[in-house]
Design a protein around this ligand. Structure first.
Ligand code: ADP
Ligand code: MG
Length: 706
């Protein structure tokens, strides 16, 4: 704080001279440019560090800006005006220049903004959640009374202020009319930022603050952008039903917006951390360590944990010379019976990723998973564009629980979000493309709540095949009773609970014979080998520094595997595996090498990934009736052998039907059976067709196609 400022508030300083000197020496170029470009460009951007480092008065000026921003901005504007520092082409024009400050050293977290900051110049960092359309706002309203007098009333952010009556001497008119033609307007936009996910510890709800943006800095940012906002904290009195409250709302009068172009350097990694990370990466057991550090309280599901480990590290996003982008993010979907710790797993992943968001498909916000344009009170009648979870998770992991219950509009927007990693919104006056470069970890329940052994898996996944094929890995987790495993889970859960009980009791009243060492020993099975804070650093470090390349052996291995899958059912040519899967394989292999911080993707990476993919494919794409892998189950929801059966069934019905299209049911079944299909299967398929309305049974044992 400036010396003497508090002790002697009326101290006279020649600010005009100070600022004049500052502008002349440091911002001559900027001011000359404004002279040339005005009114097209009308903001002078001043770097805070330039003020701070400006001779003897520097720190004093800088402090004054933070403490008393209104006065400082006025001083600088006055200085520009009196010394005619901006000379426009029109001789007598007084250019209206904005003075904007950037690059402030200290940032305040949104949740730490308090009443002491009101009226101060602050800098806040966050992720843009909502933006309104840019619309004019009145700043100076000119009214006319019936007698012809004019009354002028200045307007600020908030409700429209009307004069009590005509202000002319002696005039008693009450009814005034606004004259827009003489009033002044400014472009305005309202924004809402929220704390960025990496700043939140353990699933806290992010807090938000609203921004009032005017004139030339309107419309330069989009939801999902990470920005630093500098401005003056203002307060506005609340009122309800016309009566004023003693409670005030706050908003930030935005002075400047800085867009954080790069990824935030969100995770601080010290030199010791780096040493520890490198040591870990050289550990021969690193893969086991990593996957054991993911949700250690959850027993089993090792393949899922391995997959999540790969997802957290991620593949490499590639920019191609033609401008296209290949995603590096790995999408994983867990479909499973209730109560097998899916939600638990997702919540844990949020703690491990440097930047992650947890949300439910039945999202509480109107923006849902993707983005939406609405007209609500936030925009005071303007359209508002709001970012959903996948936009806010840009450059991170979006954990979406209960995905099967998501909104319809999300479902269609998700296709674009997952593959192109952007979300387009075109509605009313708003068209925007928002970025959503995130990995998606989804959890869903089967269609009928639980898996049914007698219905093919493909039928039980309540999601369009086009969406399913965009997941790199898909796990089917059925909760089948299995004696050994159940016992192990039971023991694991009980152990975790009883240690918890022990600790609680011990904290209340020390138990003899129980000490720290004993507790640590007991906690071992549920303690992660790498603690979450270190894990986050590890992931951030790998993503920042490690960009591995395929070795020849790995390439051969991957191609061979892909060809094997393609060839498996070559005989009658269904397309078992699509190119999407090959891309997935490459991404996973990249992630696998990243865990070792290796610059080369080795054969071992390829093998590790192939094992994981094999397990997944076996669960979902393995068609037991033909003994082949058939990705068509995913891509169209119907396996090839079943497609053949349906085709044959329909053909037979057509062949033997009478002129009314009726066929004798037992004959149909027998004829289809003779073509090599299983009798039960044929009957089941026919029943399914009757139920779905593809066929009908007008009389007993008579079928007809519709
Ligand atoms: P879901 O979301 O799959 O319906 P939850 O994540 O809500 O299930 O899990 C239900 C509870 O069961 C959790 O408290 C979880 O800890 C426990 N649980 C389920 N499976 C396991 C397991 N394999 N190991 C440890 N705990 C488990
Ligand atoms: Mg759940």
């Amino acid at each position: 704080m400036a010396a003497g400022k508090d002790t002697n508030p009326v101290e006279i300083t020649d600010r005009d001279a100070d600022w004049h000197r500052f502008l002349k020496t440091r911002y001559k170029k900027g001011l000359d440019e404004l002279s040339r470009e005005y009114p097209h460009s009308r903001s002078l951007y001043i770097n805070y560090r330039d003020i701070e480092s400006f001779g003897k008065t520097g720190t004093e000026l800088a402090d004054e800006l933070l403490e008393n921003p209104g006065k400082v901005i006025g001083d600088i504007k006055d200085s520009i005006r009196t010394h005619r520092l901006v000379k426009t082409r029109k001789k007598d024009e007084q250019p209206d220049i904005h003075v904007r400050f950037i690059n402030l050293p200290r940032k305040i977290a949104i949740r730490e903004i308090r009443s002491e900051h009101i009226g101060k110049f602050i800098s806040v960092e966050g992720i843009l959640r909502k933006t309104t359309e840019v619309r004019p706002r009145i700043t100076l309203a000119v009214f006319r009374c019936p007698a012809g007098h004019r009354t002028v009333k200045a307007q600020t952010y908030g409700p429209f202020a009307e004069p009590d009556g005509c202000q002319a001497d002696g005039c008693t008119q009450k009814k005034l009319e606004l004259i827009p033609r003489f009033s002044k307007f400014v472009d305005s936009q309202k924004l809402r930022i929220q704390e960025s996910p990496e700043g939140l510890r353990g699933g806290e709800q992010p807090q938000t603050i609203d921004l009032d943006v005017t004139d030339d800095i309107c419309g330069i940012v989009a939801p999902g952008d990470r920005i630093v906002v500098n401005g003056i904290l203002r307060s506005m009195q609340r009122s309800s039903y016309g009566s004023k409250s003693t409670i005030f709302d706050i908003y930030l009068e935005c002075n400047s917006i800085e867009v954080a172009e790069k990824e935030f350097e969100e995770v601080n990694i010290s030199e010791e951390d780096e040493k520890e990370i490198i040591a870990l990466s050289n550990d021969p057991n690193i893969y086991r360590k990593i996957s054991h550090s993911i949700a250690p309280t959850i027993y089993g599901v090792d393949d899922v944990k391995d997959a999540i480990a790969l997802q957290l590290f991620g593949g490499i996003a590639k920019e191609m010379p033609d401008g296209s982008r290949l995603r590096g993010d790995i999408h994983v979907l867990l479909i499973g019976d209730p109560g097998i710790a899916k939600s638990q797993m997702l919540r844990y992943v949020v703690r491990l990723s440097p930047r992650a968001i947890y949300t439910s498909g039945q999202s509480t916000t109107s923006a849902g998973l993707t983005a939406t344009a609405v007209k609500d009170e936030f925009g005071d009648g303007r359209w508002t564009l709001e970012a959903g979870a996948l936009v806010l998770a840009d450059m991170g992991v979006a954990c979406v629980d209960e995905m099967d219950k998501m909104e319809k509009h999300d479902r269609s927007a998700l296709h674009e979000a997952m593959e192109q990693q952007s979300i387009s919104v075109a509605k009313a006056g708003i068209t925007a493309t928002l970025k959503s470069r995130c990995a998606l970890l989804g959890a869903a329940n089967p269609k009928y709540g639980r898996f049914d052994d007698f219905v093919p898996i493909g039928d039980q996944i309540n999601m369009p095949p086009s969406l399913l094929s965009r997941f790199d890995l898909l796990f089917v987790l059925a909760d089948k009773p299995e004696h050994e495993r159940d016992l192990a889970i039971a023991e694991h859960i009980i152990k975790a609970h009883s240690v918890g009980e022990l600790i609680a009791q011990h904290n209340r009243e020390p138990i003899p014979g129980v000490d720290e060492e004993y507790i640590t020993e007991q906690l071992k099975p549920v303690t992660p080998e790498i603690d979450p804070a270190m894990f986050r650093k590890y992931v951030a470090y790998a993503k920042r520094t490690c960009f591995p390349r395929l070795s020849d052996e790995a390439r051969e291995e991957l191609i061979a595997y892909y060809m094997k899958l393609r060839d498996l059912a070559d005989a009658n040519k269904p397309v078992p595996v699509t190119a999407r899967q090959l891309e997935a394989i490459v991404r996973l292999a990249e992630a696998s090498a990243r865990i070792r911080l290796s610059s080369v993707i080795e054969k071992s990476d390829a093998e590790r990934v192939i094992t994981i993919i094999d397990t997944c494919l076996r669960q979902v794409a393995y068609d037991p009736s033909s003994g082949t892998f058939d990705i068509d189950i995913l891509a169209t929801g119907v396996s090839k052998s079943k497609r053949d059966l349906i085709r044959t069934l329909k053909q037979v019905i057509r062949d033997i039907a009478d002129e009314n299209g009726r066929a004798h049911k037992p004959d149909v079944i027998e004829l289809v059976r003779q073509q090599g299909f299983d009798r039960d299967e044929v009957e089941r398929q026919l029943t399914a067709m009757l139920r779905s309305g593809e066929a009908m049974e007008p009389k007993h044992d008579i079928v007809k196609l519709i």
